[in-house]
Design a protein around this ligand. Sequence first.
Ligand code: ATP
Ligand code: MG
Length: 221
Amino acid sequence: MITLALSKGRIFDDSLPLLRAAGIEVRDDPERSRKLILATNRSDLRVVLVRASDVPTYVEHGGADLGVAGLDVLLEHAQASDAVGGIPLYRPLDLAIARCRMSVAVRADFDYARAVRQGSRIRVATKYTQLARRHFAAKGVHVDLIKLYGSMELAPLTGLADAIVDLVSSGSTLAANQLVEVERIMDISSRLVVNPAALKLKREPLRALIDAFEAAVEARR
Ligand code: ATP
Ligand code: MG
């Protein structure tokens, strides 16, 4: 049995066409069913639904053989697990789905360039504390990081923080909250990740699956 970890919402929705192109049909609709293990048209393949940020953990520890996760989640997880000697995940493929960017945003009336130039301490709220720490350290900017789990846009509006590090796609959420993007940190898309031990034990079926994903991604370019 091969277990594929996906998260509900964007990643599941954007993975479906790739799965379909690879000949895989998921039997249940996660928006309607409460099931966390979904059968597919292949008796040797099942999908498990986990939180987006839990996908690397499932794949790393073998709860799933492979999974789909955003580069944001993968890098943040890798930075955190480096510290505790985590196992590196095999990352064979950029699926080119769930594309967005990780950026710094501030209130329109906050002079970010000036704060950076003056070497002020900037208070930054984010879900991505590891990546934000690394980004600002590389620039030599002093930051106080505030860990949040959601609604990052609220932090500068309430005075909790001067800036946020968050994902941006169209920018309409930022605009709706009078925030402006002042720095692009990196481009993000979702990646296929594979447990290295599983790749050894189930080499042939996993290789075939990776190749099918690759062909599906290529066909959409
Ligand atoms: P949870 O709801 O469990 O806290 P989440 O909010 O990170 O997780 P999603 O919003 O589904 O879950 O995001 C999953 C992934 O999709 C992110 O890790 C990121 O790679 C990508 N993503 C997030 N926001 C956007 C966006 N606005 N446009 C495109 N891709 C995005
Ligand atoms: Mg979200």
